[in-house]
Design a binder for this molecule. Structure first.
Ligand code: URA
Length: 203
């Protein structure tokens, strides 16, 4: 895979605001999204969490991690002693993509091509925020950060993303999808332990 990021910017964004304008003006690759969902949090947060792509609620509200996965993530952050307002939350892909089923809009996973399309913007975002630690939440974020598809189970824990200190863990929506309660509880606890580790690494 191609790890290099070579974009021809019309004008290289020098702030998150300028970057977000570029993303909004580019619009969704696949039509349907209401709006772009930008990263949110302090411009120089110590920790950046990278998710996959906005979901239905995020698309409506224009904010990352405000739907069911976001609520579970909030709970886990709190248990791990991380203040959501002090970290920066973003996504590998900035527009919601879905399949319409009746009234429901069912999230569809971004393709590798879509991840690649958004990657220069994610990299610029990380360069601007310059956190101490970048956290990949799940496989899509990991693909965006490394250019490689690697199972989370085999790469979980500390990592380097280029020259950035990183950490790899599961996506909170993976926890929501686990079928039985006991498995879910154990996976949630392991996620909270990862977050506590992340908190200590970014001190
Ligand atoms: N899942 C994500 O990856 N990101 C969001 O913002 C919400 C759900």
């Amino acid at each position: 895979p191609d790890h290099t990021v070579e974009v021809m910017w019309d004008e290289e964004p020098k702030s998150l605001r300028a970057l977000n304008t570029v993303i909004a003006e580019a619009g969704p690759l696949v039509p349907g999204a209401t709006q772009a969902v930008f990263g949110e949090g302090p411009a120089h947060a110590d920790i950046v969490f990278v998710g996959e792509q906005p979901g239905d609620q995020e698309d409506r509200q224009g904010r990352p991690f405000v739907g069911p996965a976001g609520r579970l993530f909030d709970k886990a952050l709190k248990e791990a002693g991380i203040d959501r307002d002090k970290v920066y939350l973003t996504n590998a892909v900035k527009h919601f993509k879905f399949e319409q089923r009746g009234h429901r809009r069912i999230h569809s996973k971004p393709t590798a091509g879509e991840v690649k399309h958004y990657r220069p913007w994610l990299m610029k975002e990380l360069e601007l925020v310059k956190p101490k630690l970048v956290v990949a939440l799940g496989g899509t974020a990991l693909l965006a950060l490394t250019g490689k598809s690697t199972p989370i189970s085999r790469s979980r824990g500390r990592a380097m993303f280029g020259n950035m200190n990183g950490y790899i863990t599961v996506h909170p929506s993976y926890l929501l999808r686990l079928p039985d309660e006991e498995t879910k509880r154990q996976a949630y606890e392991a996620f909270v332990r990862d977050l506590a580790h992340i908190r200590d690494l970014a001190k």
